[in-house]
Design a protein around this ligand. Structure first.
Ligand SMILES: NC(=O)c1ccc[n+]([C@@H]2O[C@H](COP(=O)([O-])OP(=O)(O)OC[C@H]3O[C@@H](n4cnc5c(N)ncnc54)[C@H](OP(=O)(O)O)[C@@H]3O)[C@@H](O)[C@H]2O)c1
Length: 139
């Protein structure tokens, strides 16, 4: 795909510092998704020299509510589970990919003090590899 292909679904990404942003940073990648405006939540990281990446230490709910009011495409909550738990009430759609492998003991998709939330399956796509993608909307 050409590098200047316009975004179709998302133009913004929010993520946590530790397991999500830092692995790329450790190998010199400051902007892992340069076609998106990226907000990295951290109380410890210094600002990076790239206008596409903002290190933020503010209330994630307030930031996401403000971003939702702006013109543009959707916002991708990339992880991890603690940030997802903080933002659970702002999540309008969940996309879960599963593969037929046991790769580790697993990490939690949501952690923290969130409320159980009912979702509705809207689309499900199966692949010959056994992988499956499911789209859920908030009920
Ligand atoms: N499947 C996928 O698509 C996908 C994508 C991304 C990540 N992941 C997985 O998700 C896991 C990452 O989770 P993780 O537990 O390492 O957490 P993480 O969300 O990547 O990072 C947690 C860090 O985010 C910062 N943070 C979180 N909330 C904040 C807030 N309200 N204000 C300021 N900073 C905040 C803190 O950084 P400071 O300590 O700097 O303050 C905290 O230590 C990894 O296992 C990774 O493989 C999966």
């Amino acid at each position: 795909m050409p590098l200047d292909t316009p975004n179709r679904e998302w133009d913004t990404l929010v993520m946590g510092r530790r397991g999500t942003y830092e692995p790329g940073l450790e190998i010199g990648i400051t902007s892992p998704c340069n076609h998106l405006k990226q907000y990295v939540f951290s109380t410890t990281l210094e600002p990076v020299d790239n206008p596409q990446v903002e290190i933020v230490d503010t209330d994630p709910v307030e930031l996401v509510r403000r971003l939702k009011k702006e013109e543009g495409l959707n916002i991708w909550l990339c992880g991890g589970g603690n940030l997802a738990g903080q933002l659970i009430d702002e999540i309008d759609q969940l996309i879960i990919k599963s593969s037929p492998v046991i790769a580790s003991e697993g990490v939690q998709a949501f952690t923290g003090n969130f409320q159980p939330t009912q979702l509705t399956v809207t689309t499900r796509q199966e692949f010959s590899s056994g992988a499956r993608v499911t789209w859920f909307d908030r009920t």
